[in-house]
Write a protein that binds this ligand. Sequence first.
Ligand SMILES: Cc1ncc(COP(=O)(O)O)c(C=O)c1O
Length: 432
Amino acid sequence: MTVTLVPPPAPLPARIAPASSRPLDVLGVPGQTNLDHAASAPCARAAADAVAELLPWYASVHRGAGALSRRCTLAYERARQTVGDFFGARPGDHVIFTRNTTDALNLLARALPAGTTVVTFAGEHHANLLPWPRGSVRLPVPASPGEAVRALDAALMELRRDAPPGAAGISRSAGPPVLVAVTGASNVTGERWPVAELAAVARRHAARIAVDAAQLAPHAPVDVAALGVDYLAVSGHKLYAPFGAGVLLGRGDWLDAAPPYLAGGGATSHVGDATHQVRWAAGPARHEAGTPNLLGAVALAAVCAALADADRDALHAREQALLARLRQGLAALPHVVELRTFGPDAPRVGIVSFVVAGRDSGEAAAELAARHDVGVRDGLFCAHPLARRLLAEAAARSGRTDLPPTALRASLGLGSTARDVDRLLAALAELG
Ligand SMILES: Cc1ncc(COP(=O)(O)O)c(C=O)c1O
């Protein structure tokens, strides 16, 4: 058998390529309506192209002296820089590649200084509820963004009650560390959380804040410096880069002082002969032991670069128009009830959860797929406390006694069209 080196780059099969090839076009299969972007978004052309371009060079990262290796190492570190710039990283911030948002938040949980109290809201995705240490404070789901800000203020006031006031009310060094962990946008309702206001409250009480931007980043610009956020977690596969990289970005001090998230090659600067003789690296390498996901990082960076070049206002306006069409269409269906935490007019990204009265959500989703080629998500969306509460509220608000115990979720993004929305609405009308 002969082994040949394939010249770069192989064209993608025409069947899955979009008609045009702008960087933010997404790949898909004609005839299939994918309204499940919030789970995993389709692949952007920018990501596919970046991966195809690099694949012929594919080799080790940080480990080889060969030309291929050096190019891959450079591509990986450039990806880190691009992603950091895209999210507004400050000097002293680390950009650590992880597998996804769940991994990023677990890493942060392991890096917390001893005695840190974490404050979250009960409306979070499990990824931002479960990693935090015992003794964390879980605030009730607020009824409005304003209530979230007031509730956090009151909770932090209580936590800091015994701390001596510093120069500006309370100084950074006052009391044990506190981390506030909130979502940027809910994966159940799409509602946006008042991140900048919550960050200001955290700062006032000498607390740090981590934002789970898994659902916000694909829809809106996120800049940690502008928002006053200390840590940010995102998933590449929700950001049109389906190669399994995520990011934890944020303040370097806690991360450099923490034990490595994974122990192994790449995370050390020196390993002696005795078992305890290990000097761990500082910087992102400390938490990135093992061979990294080069293609994931490069794909994610390519999407970040494409989004940085795009007219985000225009993308936002387009998505909001589709979202309004979807929500108005749902409201016109008498057997459909929308789930929401805040008021009906609260700012949202392109995500809507709802129930079809009298229909099991799993069966409804299966029917939408089988009969209409429409893909949506069903269940409690890995946010069980919130979803259960919103289902109960939807029953109370609508006065219906035949709502199912789980919900459906439609989510929009790049590549979604009015035709997709109308197809879902027509299919739902038939379910009634
Ligand atoms: C708000 C939010 N946070 C975190 C996650 C976890 O993301 P991942 O599964 O990519 O780790 C999700 C996934 O749906 C999410 O919607």
